[in-house]
Ligand binder design. Structure first.
Ligand code: PMP
Length: 384
């Protein structure tokens, strides 16, 4: 290294090199693999659950919105970035999920961070399921809540004990309706009863459920009869089944009004781009016109789960445990050779430290493709 480099630069390079070696030794080094617009691999990895990212109706809606409204919203919502198009999407999401009001964010990640940090205060105990997504975890980190208790996954007694024994006047329970790694559903009916009993708020992330699970894909909050209750707040992403980009919070008018005024990821962020807004809106119309699409996802995920020997998931995602991060990577590569793109989840992206193949049962897969991939996975896991 030349003398031109400062001590700070040398320190940073050494530190980065050490972290990189540590990751490599643990089998946890990640790399980006940019793909082209088309692929020969059959997609069982993406979150495009309904196959709508390539739907011509959705594509045209996005293109037309970009031409009509501009390629960017050009300001934050509270400045001049609020478009009638955002209002249309919010109204459509409100109606679809059976809520009173909705607010669109520029990502699902921001929606989660925004809702938790805006609704929890120093008087609030946050009670979080151990398996919630990183965006909910980061929301807790930013919330400056009075307390945080992480309870074991789907442990109703743990939630009840935390709520009952709390020192704080307010409490907020965080769960996902369909968990992103294991694919299981939260016990929402029971959680709804618990928050009512202990005067708490329930925040449910429906990222993996919206347009997939519940009646006609309306989500599991609606299926549990909780939609529209003032103590239940739902978040969702527009980037999975709804084939776009962005997120939303759904709840009472009072909650949404509070978020508009206090949620920093909403206030200080440029509004969702017109093309993304219109794409999500069109995708929502397609889902309503074609309820067979979410139905097909659930049929295929049940078929895939039965074939690879794991529990039937509540949505599109399921995962197959592997012995080690290396085995998971190797299995992913073997499946790619067989023509299938599957996901590979390794720590820290797994809640229990177990590396896995992550499969998504997408509506556009055929029964034969699913059966073929089951055969390929079984051959890999049988061979150890
Ligand atoms: N919540 C869950 C459960 C998720 O899986 C994800 C995305 N992986 C998000 C929130 C974040 O959504 P987005 O990608 O729209 O930021």
């Amino acid at each position: 290294m030349s003398d031109k480099h400062s001590g700070g630069e040398r320190e940073l390079s050494a530190w980065l090199a050490t972290r990189s070696v540590e990751r490599a030794v643990a089998g946890l080094q990640r790399q980006l693999h940019p793909r082209g617009p088309t692929s020969f691999l059959v997609d069982l990895a993406s979150n495009d659950y309904l196959g709508l990212t390539k739907d011509s109706r959705v594509g045209h809606a996005a293109a037309q919105a970009a031409l009509r409204w501009g390629t960017g919203a050009a300001a934050s919502r509270l400045v001049t970035g609020s478009l009638q198009l955002h209002g249309e999407l919010e109204a459509a999401l409100t109606e679809f999920t059976g809520n009173e009001a909705a607010l669109v964010f520029s990502t699902g990640y921001q929606a989660n961070v925004g809702v938790i940090s805006a609704l929890a205060d120093a008087q609030t105990l946050i009670v979080s399921d151990a398996h919630v997504h990183a965006s909910l975890v980061d929301g807790c980190r930013l919330a400056r809540a009075g307390g945080l208790e992480i309870v074991r996954h789907s442990d109703l007694e743990g939630v009840a004990a935390a709520l009952k024994g709390r020192q704080h006047p307010r409490a907020m329970v965080l769960v996902e309706s369909v968990y992103s790694v294991l694919g299981d559903a939260a016990p929402l009916v029971e959680l709804g009863a618990l928050v009512a009993e202990y005067d708490a708020v329930l925040v449910v992330d429906e990222a993996h459920a919206i347009a997939v699970a519940g009646q006609e894909g309306r989500g599991l909050v609606a299926a549990a009869g909780l939609a529209g209750r003032p103590d239940i707040v739902t978040t969702l992403t527009l980037s999975k089944a709804l084939a776009s980009q962005g997120g939303a919070v759904l709840g009472s008018t009072a909650v949404i009004e509070h978020l508009v005024n206090t949620a920093r990821p909403f206030i200080y962020d440029t509004a969702l781009a017109p093309a993304a807004t219109a794409a999500a809106l069109e995708a929502l119309l397609v889902v309503q016109a074609e309820p067979a699409l979410p139905q097909r996802v659930l049929e295929l995920s049940a078929r895939l789960a039965a074939g690879v020997g794991v529990a039937t998931p509540a949505g599109a995602v399921l995962s197959v445990p592997m012995r080690s991060p290396e085995q998971a990577l190797h299995a992913q590569a073997q499946l790619a050779e067989a023509g299938y793109r599957v996901g590979c989840f390794r720590p820290p992206s797994v809640p229990d430290g177990v590396s896995r193949l992550r499969l998504t049962a997408r509506a556009t897969l055929s029964d034969d493709q699913v059966d073929d991939v089951i055969g390929a996975i079984t051959a890999i896991t049988d061979a150890g």
